[in-house]
Design a binder for this molecule. Structure first.
Ligand code: ZN
Length: 396
């Protein structure tokens, strides 16, 4: 899913036969909104949040043109978002193959904006950067972001956690945005796993553990919104992405400067909760991500300590601690937490009751955290290594 260089948009400004009253913003407004640089518009947005990998140079604005149809007839007879934009494409006589995406802007309410493949549909009220960035993001291949709370934002229509990453543009409009004087809501930026999926995250700026051994590693992270500052932008810890976000620039509307931790599952990023009872997702100095002391001592694992923020220099300091548990030399390959199945041999052996209880507890909460998956995997590994020893081992 790599996308690089200029992404030419065709922006079609459409009126209807009965909304042809010339009260819309002039063409210059849309040139600044979509095409021109240094305007605070969408071209600046995508250039910045892709860390320079893409831009909207070469995009073209067409219209205003009055379509030969009334609003009511358009809503009644033209189905689908892509169908509606295709109607405009025909009216303008364009070849959609010439463009990365087509944005149809209509000066009336026509039953909801959104996107479908190459087509972005904006109705009256949709002209703001947050909406347009989200929908053009879809056209570029991005999918929705999630948190791991399991909350459902629209019953029967969205998946658990979908749209709950408030600091990622691919959860718009359920995001924390700033305000641009001309272009309305703006931000937030795109999170690190989504950036990497698009080929926009410079791999030389991603920290990895230098060796497979136990130990403490102190890592300085630069704010993801400030790639102009040298240093690591992301720490990869197993399958986790750790990033630092500061409340400025395109992120000036986020709730607070914070560390955030995500993982990628297929095309979607999942944001970890720092406090499951309040659904907070920010990790602040003094907090720690990882297993509690008992599990840590027995099973080992990874802990991430948030040490300090240097907001003036846009840097955060974290310490990553890898710890090997009893009898385990190396962290095993993590199972996919979506497809976990209890290994058959677990049912066939006579486990110490405390261990059995612990395994059941882990299984019951398996989908809730990556560390628990890691711990369960370690239990399995120990079982495979030495069942007899395990039976005599005391749970503590
Ligand atoms: Zn969407």
């Amino acid at each position: 899913m790599e996308r690089k260089g200029p992404q030419k948009l065709a922006v079609l400004l459409c009126r209807f036969s009965d909304t042809n009253n010339n009260t819309e913003p002039p063409r210059q407004f849309f040139e600044d909104l979509f095409l021109n640089r240094n305007t605070g518009g969408l071209n600046d947005y995508w250039h910045d949040v892709s860390h320079g990998a893409i831009n909207l140079d070469g995009s073209e604005i067409f219209g205003w043109q009055t379509l030969n149809i009334s609003v009511a007839d358009f809503i009644r007879t033209v189905p689908g978002r892509d169908g509606k934009v295709a109607y405009a494409v025909n009216a303008f006589g364009l070849n959609i193959g010439d463009y990365a995406a087509v944005v149809g802007i209509f000066n009336a309410v026509i039953g909801g904006g959104g996107s479908h493949g190459w087509a972005v549909l904006a109705q009256a009220g949709d002209l703001n950067l947050t909406f347009l960035a989200h929908e053009t993001g879809h056209a570029f291949g991005l999918d929705h972001s999630y948190d791991r709370s399991g909350r459902v934002i629209i019953e029967d229509q969205t998946h658990p956690g979908e749209y709950y990453d408030r600091n990622d543009i691919m959860s718009a409009m359920n995001v924390d945005s700033g305000e641009d004087a001309r272009f309305g809501r703006r931000g937030p930026i795109l999170n690190a796993p989504n950036m990497e999926r698009m080929g926009w995250l410079d791999p030389t700026r991603v920290w990895h553990r230098p060796s497979g051994k136990s130990g403490y590693f102190r890592v300085e992270l630069v704010s993801l919104g400030h790639p102009e500052i040298p240093g690591y932008l992301v720490a990869k810890v197993g399958s986790l992405y750790v990033e630092f976000r500061t409340q400025d620039g395109w992120d000036d509307g986020i709730f607070m400067s914070c560390i955030e931790i995500r993982k990628m599952q297929n095309a979607n990023s999942y944001l970890y909760l720092s406090n499951p009872s309040t659904f907070r997702t920010d990790w602040l100095p003094g907090s720690m991500f990882g297993p509690d002391d008992t599990k840590w001592e027995i099973m080992g694992g990874v802990r991430i300590f948030i040490d300090s923020f240097d907001k003036e220099h846009k840097k955060a300091h974290i310490t990553i601690h890898y710890h090997v548990g009893h009898g385990v030399e190396e962290a095993p390959i993590l199972p996919d937490w979506n497809v976990w199945k209890r290994p058959k041999h677990l049912n066939d052996v006579d486990l110490h009751p405390e261990w059995n209880k612990y395994i059941i507890e882990l299984e019951n909460t398996l989908l809730q955290s990556w560390e628990q998956t890691l711990q369960l995997n370690r239990v399995i590994l120990i079982l495979q290594q030495d069942l007899l020893m395990l039976k005599q081992q005391k749970f503590k």
